[in-house]
Design a protein around this ligand. Structure first.
Ligand code: RP5
Length: 300
């Protein structure tokens, strides 16, 4: 069992099984912190030292908070700043400081990453101390051949599902078209807004009017498939990303399945991607795709 778990980890892509069994993160321990020209280096945290309840008295990671988040309206002030009295583990005004994973601990006035050590303290690139809430729309349809029949995978003999993926501007990795929940915003609003911004570039005005009703109805029929931690390389010991991922499925391929995609906002490319276990995706998005594959009993 130990050997097979190691194989999953060494496969070079995110392992949902390994993650689910051990509940530890990998990308959140990436050696070089993103967008710092490799100047910010995490302290190496071995797998068996990730959990906070494993004693590590000498643990003293470097600290980093990007200058880009200082004084931003979407970001918290530094801990101890005048007038900043966050209510941890609660809905704090219009900022959600609750975790989907349960109660997180506070040490010396600072939240501790709900999964464990990352080798870096501070907030890095993230705006909020504690959970930073995101939403990920997983828009799916069946892959069809020229006769409009659903395609079977040659090996698994199961139907092939497709989802809308975007290529992120920052890392150039393929990802779900998700984004951060604005303060006070309903997650359902975020899901549709992010999809419109990143995959449909909010459509040209004529198409937008024609498609508006159909898109509204389509996004009203989502199914939540996951709420919780994202193993994102921006996470730190004191700030991390959590998401609500919902599946919006176009069974006949006649709704969103026929819209003209256009990458916008933080995306440089957008396309339908075949669901497959060997995909290499941003953060722990492959785990979300795996859940959708199970939901639709498709090729994986
Ligand atoms: C991921 O980062 C989330 O799952 C979501 O897809 C995304 C949100 O961050 P931005 O795209 O807004 O940078 O962790």
């Amino acid at each position: 069992m130990v050997l097979s778990l190691k194989c999953f980890k060494d496969a070079g892509h995110y392992s949902s099984l390994y993650y689910l069994i051990r509940m530890i993160h990998f990308k959140s321990r990436t050696k070089f912190y993103p967008r710092t020209n490799e100047e910010i280096v995490r302290l190496h945290v071995p797998d068996d030292k990730v959990k906070w309840d494993v004693t590590w008295t000498e643990y003293a990671p470097p600290s980093y908070t990007s200058d880009n988040i200082r004084n931003q309206t979407w970001a918290d002030p530094p801990i101890g700043a005048e007038g900043f009295n966050p209510k941890w583990n609660e809905i704090d005004g219009n900022v959600n400081r609750e975790s989907h994973q349960g109660m997180y601990k506070i040490l010396n006035g600072v939240p501790l990453n709900i999964v464990g050590r990352t080798g870096l303290c501070g907030r890095g690139l993230l705006g909020r101390w504690g959970p930073n809430h995101a939403a990920d729309p997983i828009v799916t349809r069946w892959k069809r051949n020229t006769s409009n029949n659903r395609e079977l995978h040659s090996v698994s003999q199961k139907h092939v599902l497709q989802f809308v993926g975007i290529q992120r501007r920052d890392t150039r990795e393929w990802a779900l078209p998700g984004g951060m929940v604005d303060p006070g915003e309903q997650v359902t609003t975020t899901l549709k807004r992010e999809f419109m911004e990143e995959a449909l570039n909010s459509l040209g005005s004529r198409s937008a009017i024609q498609s508006e009703k159909m898109i509204d109805e389509f996004f009203a029929g989502g199914k939540v498939i996951f709420k919780g931690y994202v193993d994102d390389h921006r996470n730190t010991d004191n700030a991390w990303i959590e998401t609500v991922a919902s599946n919006f499925h176009d069974e006949q391929g006649t709704c969103v399945g026929v819209l003209p995609f256009c990458a916008g906002d933080d995306a440089v490319n957008v396309r339908w991607m075949d669901v497959d276990r060997n995909l290499s995706l941003y953060a722990s998005h492959i785990d979300l795709i795996h859940r959708v594959a199970e939901l639709h009993n498709c090729h994986w």
